[in-house]
Ligand binder design. Structure first.
Ligand code: GLU
Length: 483
């Protein structure tokens, strides 16, 4: 084969799913292997389920992941338009060709009639196959049916022979003639079905390698037959194993995010998601698990895609993100954190880079960006806008006759006079520990509960430095009122 030309051809009925992102990534990597072309085509012929915002989101999410296409929507190329909704004439012409050649024919059943035929087949315990009429309806019959307001579709006349698909992952897959039937290629509304449009576009756009999810493998015989009927060259096929959750069920929203955008909003780094997604069905061999896009481009190969269902291990993804965040340089993290803040409403001001860098530093070890507002958001909220965690108050302040409150009272007077630097606050806290002969917890925790409502926050000096004296004292006052 010459250089590989692949495509990602999403139907914009929803946002980009991690399964779709994997298909896009593998197609991108396949093309890059040979210095080939990766194309993005939008398959939007299903007008009833069309969601225009999904097109924008898919494009945005692919770019966020760093999956760039060489040809297709937005970037252009010689084989456009790249949205199927703008290619109706091309499909109509191709459907006409098959009709003229006697390789397709009209059919007029209503959905109710088809249902009745299916029910009858089921009652007789046989698989439903559309019964090809003899003689075949003519164009005049189609006109008549239209005049009578009957649905008019076009069906492909299968040659009634077994079809063998040579798949790069699943090997030879044969679909017996008895399992095929005359499938629809043009719908009543005049739009082609997915099969027709997909095959015509792949051929006209020069795609010579089709890589997509395993769920399409059972449909591929239709594509092989259509290509033969048109005299199109056969591409290579690689179907990717299914992606399951840890319980072995089809991955679904039920147990967490499945859309790329949701992972972005949840504070994951795109390069981590790419790394993780690449390992869903493919492995580089050895014990290598951490890969950058450059590394993937160098190492990717079709023969290391497995047939076994892939497992979507969310804990592993979280661990990947934690490790990558710990290893990433500050500017990378800053850009990621800003992106995270622009997508989420948090009390943290997103436009103060030095503050954001400071937060990244004092939160080192965070798992996703979401951990930072979870821990520090309260420091930027209004002084009366956070709740006190009942358990924390009981344990740290109220217990033992309110010894925590007493400590707070004692600290308050000292903090009011303290120079507001990290060193001075540290000296103050350590001084009180010595003075009262208590451990650090007995001093720092009452302050922490008072100013954050909880027992978790960054180191006490960092916490107080971010708050400033005025807010610290106001919060302590508010807390003491609960006594
Ligand atoms: N538009 C199809 C889908 O997203 C593409 C399938 C294919 O890659 O052939 O479901």
């Amino acid at each position: 084969m010459d250089t590989i030309k692949t495509r990602f051809a999403p139907s914009p009925t929803g946002w980009l799913h991690v399964g779709g992102a994997r298909t896009a990534l593998f197609n991108y990597l396949l093309a890059k292997l040979t210095g080939g072309t990766f194309l993005l085509r939008i398959e939007d012929t299903d007008r009833a389920r069309h969601d225009e915002s999904a097109v924008e989101k898919i494009i945005e999410d692919l770019r966020w992941l760093g999956i760039e296409w060489d040809e297709g929507v937005e970037v252009g190329g010689d084989n456009g338009p790249y949205r199927q909704s703008e290619r109706l004439e091309i499909y109509t012409e191709h459907i006409g060709r098959l009709l003229d050649a006697g390789l397709a024919y009209y059919a007029f059943e209503t959905p109710e009639e088809l249902d009745a035929m299916r029910t009858a087949a089921r009652a007789e315990k046989r698989n439903f196959r559309y019964p090809r009429p003899d003689p075949l309806p003519t164009a005049a019959d189609a006109d008549k049916a239209r005049a009578e307001d009957k649905p008019v579709v076009v069906r492909f006349k299968i040659p009634k022979r077994d079809v063998t698909i040579r798949d790069e992952v699943f090997g030879e897959v044969t679909v017996a003639a008895a399992e095929q039937d005359d499938f629809i290629i043009a719908k009543d509304d005049g739009w082609p079905t997915y099969h027709l449009a997909n095959v015509v576009d792949d051929a006209l756009m020069g795609v010579n390698f089709v890589c997509r999810g395993q769920e399409f493998l059972s449909q591929t015989w239709r594509h092989v037959l259509l290509r033969e009927a048109f005299g199109f060259a056969e591409p290579k096929y690689a179907h990717l194993p299914l992606i399951m959750d840890m319980a072995g069920r089809k991955l679904s929203k039920r147990d967490g995010a499945v859309e790329v955008h949701a992972f972005r909003t949840a504070g994951y780094l795109p390069e981590v998601l790419v790394n993780f997604i690449a390992l869903l069905g493919w492995n580089p061999g050895g014990n290598i698990e951490q890969l950058t896009m450059d590394g993937l481009r160098d190492m990717f190969s079709v023969d290391r895609i497995g047939k076994a269902n892939a497992k979507f291990d969310r804990e592993k993804l979280l661990a990947f993100n934690t490790d990558a965040a710990a290893a990433a340089d500050e500017n990378r993290l800053l850009a990621g954190f800003r992106d995270y803040l622009s997508l989420n409403e948090t009390p943290i001001p997103g436009d103060d880079d030095s503050l954001l860098l400071h937060l990244l530093r004092i939160n080192k070890g965070f798992r996703t960006f979401a951990d930072i507002p979870a821990k520090c958001g309260v420091l930027f909220a209004a002084d009366d806008a956070y709740d006190y965690d009942e358990k924390a108050v009981k344990k740290v302040l109220a217990k033992g006759d309110g010894s925590g409150y007493a400590m707070l009272e004692h600290l308050k007077a000292k903090l009011a006079d303290c120079e507001w630097t990290e060193d001075a606050i540290q000296a103050l806290v350590e001084g009180v520990c010595a003075e009262k002969s208590v451990g650090m917890g007995k001093v720092a925790q009452p302050i922490r509960v008072a100013v954050t409502g909880t027992t978790v926050s960054p180191a006490i000096y960092d916490t107080l430095m971010i708050l400033g004296r005025e807010k610290t004292l106001a919060r302590i006052d508010r807390c003491l009122l609960m006594r």
